[in-house]
Design a protein around this ligand. Sequence first.
Ligand SMILES: [Zn+2]
Length: 299
Amino acid sequence: MNNDGKPTLEAIASLCKRRGFIFQSSEIYGGINGFWDYGPLGCELKRNIREAWWRDVVRNRDDVVGLDAAIIMHPRVWEASGHVGGFQDPMVDCRACKKRFKADNLCEEQGLKLAKTETGFALPAGVVCPACGAAELTEPRAFNLMFESYAGPVQDESAKVYLRPETAQGIFVQFGNVMDTARVKVPFGIAQIGKAFRNEINPRNFTFRSREFEQMELEYFVRPGTDAQWHAYWVQERMKWYEAIGLPASRLRQYVYRPDELAHYASACVDVMYDFPFGSQELEGIAARGDFDLRRHQE
Ligand SMILES: [Zn+2]
């Protein structure tokens, strides 16, 4: 409990373990940071949420179809999507205790702001290591968040592949096949549920920032010029859905992105936020991405 009597995230994590919902992965070997196992009750709960989403977003609509794409795709998918060059977090190392941190979080926690430079990022003066207190941090360096592996027996650059960091790209690269075979016409959507992987520098906040996670993704394709109206429609639909599965409206909020917070290709973005006892956290993001993704895969 906090001083104000609200349960902390730690208290909830320990309750989840005692009741058989969520265990630390590989716990008998000391655990592995950023990975979680769903126990007997947890996997039923997760399955219920997944099935409710699939029923309401795919089966009960005649304008959405499903897809189940492979986790490993051609590496050029991730070059086109911008993930090979751009899916990076600035990180710093502590020279004293050798721990590694996300530079933006680190600055934020100390009431400072990470500065952008022409070539990357620069730490503001006065930032110290949160673990040991030393003012001996390296300059921020880009760290790609994609897990890498090799397809086939030869482990060289030409065989390098990535575990997908998001489920969206599988949808974009199969857009043409789905259009040709599923008798769908714009506006329509393609949905997918599946695992995604991000090699987070500091996994934390229980299952909120983990290295392996499951996403439920809908990409809804609309005619140019109708983006704003469809975006508003989906924000309303999604808010209604959370209430329909039992989340109280009083704890649901929308976070509307300011223009300077949007990705360069997006015209609008709203996060659905839920007021947990330990603070507000994002349940999902709803973005109007324009034709950025489909265009990139045609170039
Ligand atoms: Zn340190």
